[in-house]
Structures are given as structure tokens and as C-alpha cells.
Design a binder for this molecule. Structure first.
Ligand SMILES: Cc1ncc(C[n+]2csc(CCOP(=O)(O)OP(=O)(O)O)c2C)c(N)n1
Ligand SMILES: [Mg+2]
Length: 349
């Protein structure tokens, strides 16, 4: 039964969407399409650079890589506008960068330097950038979900048409605070888009081993919150779904739940070693998902439209590598916090 459902989830993910329909509906121009691909490449290479930094002892503590899930951050956050508030978990680098944070400052935070987005006091799991609407990454699984209720409440109370986007992992759904929060979000009709990054595992524990009801989106029914399943490897599937629901949420505040089927190629954290050494999933499974790498899925659409060829692809790839290396150098040459800064940023002024 568990295996059968897993195949179903992968099938859902491989159906893809009609990219042209989304492109035409949103009138996405050629430059915009190439820009989306460039940002996705930037995020991928940023993460690979983080991994190298971690392995050469430049980064202390934890590091959770986002490689494989890029379309989930871009497909949702490209729909956000100024004033929207975004919450992530500890796997938060991509969300911060896609929202517009300076990659140099994000990398500096990961290195624990005072030039970082959280002034070196947060690290990889606690990026924060108020100016770009990033209300933080959170190390406690599900710890961001109650905060979404507060932010959603504030946005509605202040009569804005902004929304709160709250990213969660499948593991977070078994946390009690998740259920209390969704109940309140629906009861108070708050404009919160819950984005489940359903990558099939919480550390080494599969969804099948930890959820009594493995149709995770359907759990939103308990709180009368509408939901749908989306192919998280396909930028256009995610973007199309989000565009459809967010317009209504801005006019008539109410929560929505997206069950986004995706996959992480690396281990849970950088310290877990290479994905191929993991004992809880097979190399075949990882390879199968790599066939639907979000970069491949997106670049195939661009190639099909004649926008991308091998030469341009190499140029764009090189640009992303350069950006990631520049971020590394900036972080590496930045100073650590002075002891005198220790008591700053503890309380609000
Ligand atoms: C409340 C709490 N319990 C346990 C942990 C340890 N922990 C860290 S990550 C993780 C798995 C979470 O998985 P998921 O929500 O699916 O997110 P993913 O890593 O797949 O992005 C656990 C159990 C924690 N950080 N917080
Ligand atoms: Mg997970």
C-alpha cells in the first residue's frame, strides 16, 4: 500500500503542465523566461558553493541544501509583491535569494559573519531580511507555522491586500502547532498560503512511515482549507497554480494549502554526506528524480521555444558560478562579529 501510494506521488509529479498555457496566460516575455532560468541557476550554484564551504570548514553548525527543490521557491515567490511576508524553515537559502536578498549577504550569514543578513547571529537556518519581505528561516520544525497566523492576522487587520506565504516540510505536519495554527488561520479567514514542500522525507523517515494519512494535502480538509497537489519539479505548474489562487486570496482573505511534490537530491543536511550514501532511499530513486531536475524541465521548455541553446546555457551557467564564487569571497573576507555586538539585536528598540 505504501509503495503503491509513493508511485502515485511520483506519477503526479511527472505529469507536467502545459507550460505554454501558463506563459501565454501571464504574458511572460522571452527576457523574463530567461531571467527565471538564470535565477534558478544562481540558486543551484549558490547551494553547491555552500556545500563546498561547509566541507572546507568555513561554515559551522548546520547546513541544509535545497538542491532539487528550486522550482518550488521560484514558482511561488515570483508571484509575491512588496508587503507580502514569507516564512521558511531551516532549508531557507533559496527563498531569501529569490525574494531579492543580496547573495553576498546571505552567504556571509551562512559563514556567521557580521555582514550577513542577520548580522552573523542567525546562520544558515535563521536568515532574515525584512526589506525583502523575508520573515525568516526557522530551525524548529513547524516553528514558523504559528508565526504565519500572527503575520496573516496583521496583514488582514491593517487592511492590506498582502498575503503571508508559509513554507513547511512534510515532517512539520506532524507537529501539534501546525494543526492549531491551521484551525485559527481558517477560523479568522487569514490570507496565508501554506506551501508544503513535500519531498517525501523528514530526515531519514519517509512520509509512508510517519503519516497515518499520506495524502498530505487532504489534511487541510479538517480545517476547511482548500488545497491542491502540484508538480514541484515544474516551474510553470507551481507558478500557474499559485497565480490562480493568490488573486482571490488578496481580494477575499482565506488560507490555501498547496501540496507540492518535490525531491531533495542531497542528504537531509550537508553533514549527512552524499545522497548516494543515504540508507533510507535507493540510488535508483534518486536517479529517477534527477531525470526531472527542475533545471532540466525548465530548460527544455526554453529550448523548445528556441530561446536557449548549448552556448547560451554555458554562458548562463558560468554567470551563476561567478556569482556564487563572489558571494563566497565576500563572506570569506568579511569580519566576524565584535564582542561588543553581542547584546545588540536582542530586543526591539
Ligand atoms: C520540533 C523539532 N523536532 C525535531 C527537530 C529535528 N529535525 C530537524 S529537521 C527534521 C525533519 C523535518 O523534515 P521536513 O519537515 O519534511 O523538512 P525537510 O527537511 O524535508 O525540508 C527534524 C525532525 C527539530 N528541528 N524541531
Ligand atoms: Mg520533507
Amino acid at each position: 500500500m505504501a509503495a503503491a501510494t509513493k508511485v502515485k506521488a511520483e506519477e503526479a509529479s511527472s505529469q507536467g503542465t502545459d507550460a505554454d498555457e501558463v506563459i501565454n496566460k501571464l504574458s511572460l516575455g522571452n527576457d523574463e523566461l530567461l531571467h527565471i532560468y538564470q535565477v534558478m541557476l544562481n540558486v543551484r550554484h549558490f547551494e553547491e558553493q555552500c556545500n563546498r564551504a561547509f566541507r572546507s570548514d568555513k561554515v559551522g553548525g548546520y547546513l541544509h541544501l535545497y538542491i532539487g527543490q528550486e522550482a518550488v521557491s521560484l514558482g511561488v515567490l515570483d508571484v509575491c509583491k512588496p508587503g507580502d511576508q514569507v516564512l521558511s524553515s531551516y532549508r531557507d537559502h533559496a527563498h531569501c535569494i529569490v525574494l531579492g536578498s543580496d547573495p553576498n549577504k546571505v552567504m556571509a550569514e551562512i559563514f556567521g559573519k557580521s555582514t550577513g543578513v542577520s548580522r552573523g547571529k542567525g546562520g544558515s537556518m535563521h536568515l532574515f531580511d525584512k526589506a525583502h519581505g523575508f520573515a525568516g528561516g526557522y530551525g524548529i520544525v513547524g516553528g514558523n507555522v504559528p508565526l504565519s497566523v500572527g503575520l496573516g492576522w496583521a496583514l488582514k487587520y491593517n487592511k492590506t491586500d498582502n498575503i503571508c506565504v508559509c513554507y513547511i516540510g512534510d515532517g512539520a505536519m506532524n507537529n501539534g502547532a501546525f494543526h492549531e495554527s491551521l484551525n485559527m488561520a481558517a477560523l479568522y479567514k487569514l490570507p496565508i498560503l501554506y506551501v508544503l514542500e513535500n519531498n517525501g522525507y523528514a530526515m531519514g523517515t519517509s512520509v509512508e512511515r510517519s503519516h497515518a494519512n499520506i495524502d498530505l494535502g487532504s489534511r487541510a480538509d479538517s480545517y476547511n482549507i482548500p488545497h491542491r497537489k502540484v508538480d514541484g519539479q515544474d516551474y510553470f505548474a507551481v507558478r500557474g497554480a499559485v497565480e490562480e489562487v493568490v488573486g482571490e486570496m488578496r481580494k477575499n482573505p482565506y488560507p490555501y494549502f498547496l501540496d507540492v511534490i518535490t525531491y531533495r537530491y542531497s542528504g537531509h543536511g550537508a553533514a549527512d554526506g552524499a545522497a548516494t550514501q543515504a540508507t533510507y532511499r535507493t540510488n535508483e530513486e534518486i536517479e529517477r528524480w534527477k531525470q526531472r531536475d527542475p533545471l532540466i524541465v525548465l530548460s527544455n521548455v526554453l529550448r523548445g521555444k528556441g530561446l536557449l541553446d548549448d552556448e547560451l546555457n554555458s554562458e548562463m551557467d558560468a554567470k551563476a558560478i561567478e556569482l556564487a564564487k563572489a558571494a563566497y569571497d565576500y563572506a570569506d573576507h568579511s569580519p566576524v562579529c565584535e564582542p561588543s555586538e553581542l547584546y545588540e539585536d536582542v530586543y526591539a528598540d
